[in-house]
Design a protein around this ligand. Structure first.
Ligand code: SDX
Length: 391
């Protein structure tokens, strides 16, 4: 205790702000977006409904949804100059390095016409970012493959347009698979917002200086990249590949032993959470989506999915994990679904950033709209040398 606040090595684990957007009950494993349970949104709504809800506080009626979708669709293209930005990267650059640069680069086109304190500027910036993230993520993917970029196609759904920009080529028509389209849309919904996680807190702190929203979102992309956060889906799939290489299900026991050995530094990626001390509700929905996609792709016997389920079963019964309340989180199954869709492992976090952009913006806009807000200025507990004189 320093009198001012409780010192917490987890930095922002104390109440960092007040928000009306997302509610998590970590003990119950409950997640609400503007009061609606994530399970109901995933079953009855799509990502565009969810974006409108997070930004405006209410689900859209038919007219509001049509207008919102139309505005997003009309902003999916990026300035042609962005192609030259990409050319500065090596072809094998990690997509998150590319995306961090591209999103920051967007601010070069809009910062001088965007006053974050103007509600209309905040609204159009939200539309632009939600609209352009799929285009930028697909461009980063195509650039890495050396394939031509695919321009957005306005008659497709948000998820369908993204899939076509990713996997289509100018040489032939791309047919959107409705099962994959629905799975992609659900992945976007499940990752849309999650209260004051590390990257959202980064966006809030960065945006509190009055910088433009594009620069603040670029900071969120950079933070999400970390393996303890959004990078966990990439790490979780690589963990499954490693166990498979070591012998698969028969070798899970040895892997679990490594995890229990504190000196090994090995973690069960896709398990545990700073807030959930129960099952992450998104993980259950992601496992369902996994089943649906693998069945549609004829991959029900996918050994990696079988390995993940075996690992989950063992962890949920093992005292080490039970006593520490370590349950699967959103990242445990999302990698398997994305792999089945054909998304490369190093792009999983880019998809997470695409989906989370609406949450970041909704949280940033909520803070800026509060007339009381000031630039963030976390304090510290000084443990260095007392005042002394230079000899
Ligand atoms: C996301 O904040 C959000 O909302 C994030 C997110 C979002 O939507 O924005 O939900 C997305 O980031 C999900 C988390 C993805 N990360 C991972 O899956 C990486 C693996 N998980 C761990 O790195 C870890 O669980 C954290 C970082 C997520 C949480 O770490 P904590 O706060 O240390 O967890 P804890 O306090 O509950 O740990 C209790 C114990 C500790 O051991 P002891 O000191 O008691 O001996 O469990 C251990 C931890 O070391 N532990 C793990 C573990 N996670 C915690 N041991 C093995 N494997 C793990 N995954």
């Amino acid at each position: 205790q320093t009198g001012m606040f409780t010192y917490d090595p987890g930095f922002m684990s104390t109440a960092a702000c007040q928000s009306a957007i997302t509610y998590i009950d970590g003990d119950k494993g409950e997640l609400l977006y503007r009061g609606y349970p994530i399970e109901q949104l995933a079953q009855k709504c799509n990502y565009m409904d969810t974006c409108y809800l997070l930004l405006n506080g209410e689900l859209p009626n038919a007219a509001q949804k049509a207008d919102f979708e139309d505005r997003v669709t009309k902003h999916t293209m990026v300035n042609e100059q962005m192609q030259f930005f990409l050319r500065g990267f090596r072809r094998d650059a990690h997509p998150m390095a590319v995306l961090t640069g591209l999103v920051g680069g967007l601010s070069a086109f809009y910062h001088d016409s965007t006053d974050i304190n103007n509600p209309e500027h905040r609204e159009i910036s939200a539309i632009r970012l939600i609209a352009k993230m799929p285009t930028l993520v697909a461009m980063a993917y195509k650039y890495g493959k050396g394939e031509p970029y695919m321009y957005p196609q306005n008659n497709l759904s948000y998820a369908g347009n993204f899939l076509r920009m990713m996997f289509g080529t100018p040489c032939e028509d791309y047919k959107v698979n409705p099962v994959i389209e629905k799975a992609m849309d659900r992945i976007f919904i499940l990752h849309a917002d999650h209260e004051q996680n590390a990257s959202t807190s980064t966006v809030r702190l960065c945006g509190s200086s009055g910088t433009n929203p594009f620069a603040a979102i670029a900071a969120g992309v950079a933070c999400l990249w970390g393996p303890a956060h959004g990078g966990a889906n990439e790490a979780a799939l690589n963990m499954l590949y490693d166990i498979q290489k070591q012998g698969g299900v028969e070798k899970i026991g040895e892997f679990i032993k490594q995890v229990k050995d504190k000196n090994s530094g090995v973690k069960l990626m896709g398990f545990g959470h700073r807030v959930y001390k129960n099952y992450d509700p998104r993980a259950k929905l992601m496992q369902e989506t996994c089943n649906e996609v693998l069945a549609a792709m004829g991959l029900e016997k996918d050994p990696l999915f079988a390995l993940a389920k075996a690992l989950e079963k063992i962890a949920l019964e093992d005292e080490y994990f039970v006593s520490r309340k370590l349950y699967p989180n959103v990242d445990f199954y999302s990698g398997i679904v994305q792999r089945a869709i054909g998304i490369p492992v190093n792009l999983f976090t880019g998809i997470f950033a695409l989906a989370r952009t609406v949450g970041w913006i909704a949280q940033l806009n909520e803070m800026i709209a509060d007339p009381e807000y000031k630039i963030g200025r976390p304090r510290q507990l000084y443990v260095g040398s007392p005042r002394r004189d230079v000899p």
